[in-house]
Design a binder for this molecule. Structure first.
Ligand SMILES: N[C@@H](CCC(=O)N[C@@H](CS)C(=O)NCC(=O)O)C(=O)O
Length: 212
């Protein structure tokens, strides 16, 4: 049985859980916080970050590695496209979401909510700068990529849609609404994907917001 180690409130943990749920793979969750991670966690996650995964004696860290492993081990309902160019683009969108988009979205959650778990006060000046300076170029890029599409790649829900939606959920958890006026494509796209049973179930189990 696959066990995901990490709080489901993390966008990276959520990415692995959505993959498992979409594919219908049973899993256990060990909802540890990384602030700080228990000493034992370093054995399965060399950087001490969440998520990590164990599958019997096998351990793996990093959501991208874990999602790739899950998709290869359970090939039904693939989350990575088979077309080679779409596969390459899916990897790109996942890397971009985890690293760039996270600065504009999870960055808000970190600075407003997660800091409190580390017994620090939020710094609203940092948050204002993320909204005014960091978000616009990042949001403009993905607004144009989404266009009028439902899925970023072909007609298939993929790791690209999961990674991007996970990050915008984090922004909403921080108390910021989707950018409906400035970025209507992002808003429609995220509202569509958060209606999926996988996302909806996870979001409604977290304490930050409820969706109908
Ligand atoms: N690239 C990693 C990022 C994981 C990550 O940054 N997780 C955060 C929580 S959302 C964490 O564990 N932070 C603790 C730390 O940086 O020490 C992945 O995709 O798994």
């Amino acid at each position: 049985m696959i066990t995901i180690h990490g709080s489901p409130v993390s966008p990276f943990v959520r990415k692995t859980l959505v993959c498992l749920i979409e594919k219908g793979v049973d899993y256990d969750l060990n909802p540890i916080s990384p602030f700080p991670a228990p000493e034992s966690h370093l054995k399965i996650s060399p950087l001490g970050k969440i998520p990590a995964m164990t599958d019997g004696d096998f351990a793996l860290a990093d959501s991208a590695a874990i999602c790739g492993y899950i998709d290869r081990k359970h090939p039904e309902k693939p989350m990575f496209p088979t077309d080679v160019e779409d596969y390459g683009r899916a990897l790109w969108f996942q890397i971009w979401a985890d690293n760039e988009l996270a600065k504009a979205t999870a960055g808000l959650f970190f600075n407003r909510i997660a800091v409190r778990m580390m017994k620090r006060e939020p710094d609203e000046a940092v948050i204002a700068k993320i909204i005014s300076d960091v978000q616009p170029p990042i949001f403009n890029y993905i607004e144009a990529e989404i266009g009028d599409k439902e899925f970023l790649l072909g007609d298939q829900f993929s790791i690209a849609d999961i990674a991007i939606t996970c990050q915008f959920v984090q922004m909403m958890y921080s108390g910021e609404a989707l950018p409906e006026a400035s970025h209507p494509n992002i808003t429609r796209y995220i509202n569509t994907h958060t209606q999926r049973a996988s996302f909806k179930g996870l979001i409604n189990a977290d304490p930050f917001m409820k969706i109908e």
